[in-house]
Design a protein around this ligand. Structure first.
Ligand SMILES: *Cc1c(COP(=O)(O)O)cnc(C)c1O
Length: 466
């Protein structure tokens, strides 16, 4: 398999270097075995996230010079509004500093204590904002999404039975909205079909439950629909994205993903009443409703990024072919992965990779740390550490998936970089049996995965492995 030929050429470069093994091990110890706490200068290939780490285009940089930095009524805001209306199809929009800013405002507007908010698998920041308003997240993703071996092509789909059961168990007016992540990040970047979006929308509209699209990577979802769903092969990604949004009442957006921006997001909707309320909260938490915590130049970079993300299908096609290339290489090496390959990242099944470690010894956290030690490649944990604790009971959430995510920033790395990554992970795989687990030494209260610190489990009583 080959990566599609790049639909761009390189105009600016940034140097990177590989530290010695000793220096990497020291850096890892100092970071408490948490890849989020490594200094980026100590990382060779950074696959921690595809969020805000994309390469902007010359057009985006040019538009940044055109930023209107007025406090109120900035021209740049109207450029962004126009892009959101054209590409996503929502008439109303408030900008936010990033995706969680939009989630915060939305949760404030719509959730009352005691409410239930269904969704197709949790996302860290989304669920936390729901819980902070007194809501309870309810997972209505299909069972297959929790099984790394399940080969369904639309593994992000909502299980309509689970959704229906919730509406029978609790009163409908306790369900302000449902969030649909398309694709589902935590399940391995798995897409949702148009048919499923339509079903959810029709089901919810009858019951006056609002439907919210988490649009961070909706362009990628549209590409999967084009590729896999009957009737969409001859439609452009742009048209498919518009249709997806037409089924959804509201959209929260982290523009740091699909839109190639380094920062930014928005909350968009069809309902003018909700827009009025969102503007109010925007002023409190983000900034005036025409800048939402962003500089005028950021608004321009974002507006151009949104237009660019759907201007030609080969942007997203190339990106997904890069992800598939790495996935296929790792699979050929026998490394256990989440199947099928998702949109933005390759997910390693850490439970199978480090099968000698029980979940208490944090297999995914351990694997992310060891991959860095072996090759200077930075990835992140998506397992029990990310899942955190229930805010009310303090109990740990115990996800069935223990994954390490290798997220590929857009337009940043080449095929040779990806070859290096695969060879590095193979090195770790060969010595997997001797890898000791980790345990917490510091656990923050919220979103613990970002700042937690760990130490190596002792192999035998009294003997630390280092
Ligand atoms: C990144 C992300 C968010 C949160 O956005 P931030 O810009 O990081 O605040 C929400 N949902 C999904 C699916 C994401 O990937």
């Amino acid at each position: 398999m080959k990566i599609l030929t790049e639909p761009y050429k390189i105009k600016m470069v940034e140097s990177i270097r590989l530290l010695s093994k000793e220096a990497r091990e020291k850096a890892l110890r100092e970071a408490g075995y948490n890849t989020f706490l490594l200094m980026s200068q100590d990382v060779y290939i950074d696959l921690l996230t595809d969020s805000g780490t994309n390469a902007m285009s010359d057009s985006q940089w040019a538009w940044m010079m055109m930023g209107d930095e007025a406090y109120a009524g900035s021209r740049s805001y109207y450029h962004l509004l126009d892009a959101v209306q054209q590409v996503y199809g929502y008439p109303f929009m408030v900008p936010t500093h990033q995706g969680r800013g939009a989630e915060h405002i939305l949760s404030k507007c719509l959730i009352k204590p005691g409410d239930f908010v269904p969704g197709n698998m949790y996302f860290t920041t989304t669920r936390l904002h729901q819980e902070l308003e007194g809501g309870t997240f309810v997972d209505v993703s299909m069972d297959g999404a929790h099984d790394p071996r399940n080969e369904s092509l639309f593994k992000g789909n909502v299980d309509m039975k689970k959704l229906e059961n919730l509406t029978k168990k609790v009163s409908i007016d306790r369900i302000p909205y449902i969030t649909i992540g398309a694709p589902v990040n935590m399940a391995g970047g798995q897409p949702v079909s148009m048919q499923n979006l339509r079903q959810v929308s029709e089901f919810c509209r009858k019951r006056r439950i609002r439907v919210v699209l988490d649009a961070a990577r909706a362009v990628e979802n549209a590409y999967f629909i084009q590729e896999r769903e009957p009737g969409y092969a001859s439609k452009s990604v742009r048209e498919i994205l518009r249709e997806m949004c037409s089924w959804m009442d509201i959209c929260t957006m982290s523009a740091k993903k699909d839109a190639f921006a380094n920062i930014g997001g928005f909350l968009a909707m069809h309902d003018e009443g909700l827009y009025e309320e969102a503007k109010n909260f925007c002023v409190v938490y983000e900034g005036l409703h025409t800048y939402g915590g962003l500089a005028g130049r950021d608004l321009e970079a974002l507006a151009q990024g949104i237009r660019e993300s759907v201007e030609r299908d080969d942007w997203v096609a190339h990106r997904i072919s890069q992800v598939r290339y790495l996935w296929q290489n790792l699979k050929d090496m026998g490394i256990p992965l989440v199947h099928p390959c998702g949109g933005h990242a390759v997910f390693i099944d850490a439970k199978a990779f480090l099968s000698h470690l029980p979940q208490e010894q944090l297999p995914a956290q351990t694997l992310a740390a060891q991959i860095y030690a072996d090759s200077g490649v930075r990835s992140m944990e998506r397992g029990i550490v990310s899942a955190g604790r229930d805010l009310q009971s303090g109990e740990e959430h115990r996800p069935s998936l223990e994954l390490v995510r290798l997220a590929i920033p857009r337009r940043v790395y080449t095929q040779t970089h990806l070859d290096y990554v695969a060879e590095g992970i193979e090195k770790t795989f060969r010595r997997r049996e001797e890898i000791p687990g980790l345990r917490f030494v510091y656990e923050p209260k919220y979103l613990r995965f970002f700042q937690a610190r760990f130490e190596l489990q002792k192999k035998e009583v009294g003997a630390t492995v280092e």
